[in-house]
Design a protein around this ligand. Structure first.
Ligand SMILES: Nc1nc2c(ncn2[C@@H]2O[C@H](COP(=O)(O)OP(=O)(O)OP(=O)(O)O)[C@@H](O)[C@H]2O)c(=O)[nH]1
Ligand SMILES: [Mg+2]
Length: 456
């Protein structure tokens, strides 16, 4: 655990640059002292009420800015400590000067995420909620934001805490069983305890099932456009993005390098990649492009195979579908405006097939609805507020708990002494406690807060 925070920290909490307002935040035991030094005319400040006041250099008394200040006394503040917000004029210089004044008055520069880290250390939120704060700031898709807001509201925390309670309850049943005099029938036969454990296993598994898609929610699913040269990949790429990002020409082999852009489809994040048309290129640059395309394809979460020809699928395309197994491949019958309604049936091995015209927009809505359904399956169907595991850390902890409880249930069934079987429950509880940050090592904390911006 961290040592008790004694420093008073300061940071500019708004993004740098021109803007109407910039907020400098102070937190720590001396926050109000620092404020008194940079705002000498303030006098005693009423908690949580806004005052317009001159901000001055504490050494020279020179006017630095006029700002609105609010004092949030601990322990009811965001950080749990005395917290001050100084909302001054935005811009390149002003906020930095207010910040300098605060440092001259005794505050030190905050590290990334240090405000939220203090909130966590002071019990204002658990680790899962702190992570949600980071996702709210960084998240670029509506669905991640929704999951993060729900997580901040303790959605995931409550679920994990509930599972932890269930484990404690299992232990209690076991103790009750062991305490019972041998001559009587125990109220909780071992088989009954094993059945209770199965229920916990099922709950843990349901939660763990959200992990692969939940993690994609943070990173964006890698959707790669592939197909023969001139099949309309770049046109589709642009149509999905809603802007002309990739070059389109009638010359086969136009795209040579991979072009990547992020886009939100149905609220779900995708990293869309346009690639060089797959063929045995003679041109050296194009050959390299094809190699890059293949690397992307190997890592893809989803492939959009653009096919212009309504005749037979080419050998390479068929081969491609056969190899696909690892991730879903959607066949996009491209240039539908030229081909009319003549779309083929879904080829074997494809996860879907849609007739699309990047030119007229025909089929685009259908395609845009299909893609999230293929990649984010469970999340698309799940109730809006269902908690989601969005980080590898979450998945590891829940998997560990799951394996231990499974071990517990099967040990009981195999006739292992209940005292011995119960050794599985401790580690399962610990895994969930670590997930919530009830017990946490500093290196885990460092990793969680490393990605925060300064001032949060
Ligand atoms: N009529 C019509 N033409 C299209 C459509 N999509 C693409 N095209 C045309 O087809 C040609 C090739 O389009 P691109 O999008 O560059 O195809 P590509 O697959 O990226 O080609 P490469 O990068 O060379 O592999 C261009 O002349 C486009 O204008 C469409 O939906 N309808
Ligand atoms: Mg192209």
């Amino acid at each position: 655990m961290d040592v008790v925070a004694v420093d008073t920290i300061a940071a500019i909490s708004t993004p740098p640059g021109s803007g109407a307002i910039a907020v400098v935040r102070l937190s720590g035991p001396r926050a109000t002292d620092v404020l008194a030094r940079v705002a000498p005319e303030l006098g005693p400040a009423e908690p949580r009420s806004a005052r317009l006041i001159a901000i001055r250099d504490p050494d020279t008394g020179e006017l630095v800015d006029r700002a609105v200040v609010v004092v949030y006394p601990g322990p009811g503040s965001y950080t749990g400590e005395d917290l001050v917000e100084i909302s001054g004029h935005g811009g390149w210089l002003g906020p930095a000067m207010v910040m300098e004044a605060c440092v001259a008055a005794g505050a030190r520069l905050a590290e990334p995420g240090e405000f939220t880290r203090r909130a966590y250390l002071n019990g204002r939120m658990d680790l899962v909620q702190a992570e949600a704060v980071a996702d709210l700031i960084e998240g670029r898709s509506p669905m991640l934001r929704r999951a993060a807001l729900r997580q901040l509201d303790r959605g995931l925390s409550d679920q994990v805490a509930g599972l932890h309670d269930a484990l404690v309850q299992l232990e209690a049943l076991l103790v009750h069983h062991l305490d019972f005099p041998e001559e009587d029938d125990p109220p909780f036969p071992v088989a009954g305890i094993a059945a209770e454990a199965d229920l916990v296993v099922a709950r843990l598994r349901r939660l763990l099932d959200t992990a692969p898609e939940g993690e994609l929610l943070r990173e964006g699913a890698l959707a790669v456009l592939a197909g023969r040269p001139n099949s309309g990949k770049s046109s589709l790429f642009n149509a999905l993005l809603g802007r002309d990002r990739a070059i389109v020409t009638e010359v086969p082999g136009t795209t040579r390098d991979a072009v990547e852009a992020t886009v939100s489809l149905g609220g779900f994040p995708f990293r869309l990649v346009d690639t060089a048309g797959l063929r045995d290129a003679v041109d050296r640059v194009e050959q390299l492009g094809v190699a890059v395309a293949r690397r992307y394809l190997a890592a893809a979460d989803l492939v959009l195979l653009c096919v212009e020809d309504r005749g037979q699928l080419a050998h390479a395309e068929l081969e491609f579908l056969e190899e696909a197994g690892r991730c879903p491949v959607v066949v996009v019958w491209s240039k539908a405006d030229l081909a009319g309604e003549q779309c083929l049936e879904m080829p074997a091995g494809a996860a879907g097939a849609v007739c699309v015209s990047a030119l007229t927009g025909q089929g685009m809505a259908e395609l845009q609805a299909l893609l999230p359904a293929l990649v984010y399956r469970g999340l698309v169907e799940a109730p809006v507020d269902a908690p989601v595991l969005t980080r590898a850390r979450h998945g590891r902890a829940v998997r560990e708990a799951l394996e231990e409880v499974e071990g517990f249930a099967s040990a009981l069934r195999e006739g292992v002494e209940p005292e011995v079987a119960s050794a599985h429950l401790g580690p399962a509880e610990t895994a969930l406690e670590e997930l919530l940050g009830v017990i946490t090592r500093d290196d885990v904390l460092d990793r969680v807060f490393r990605d925060f911006c300064i001032g949060k």
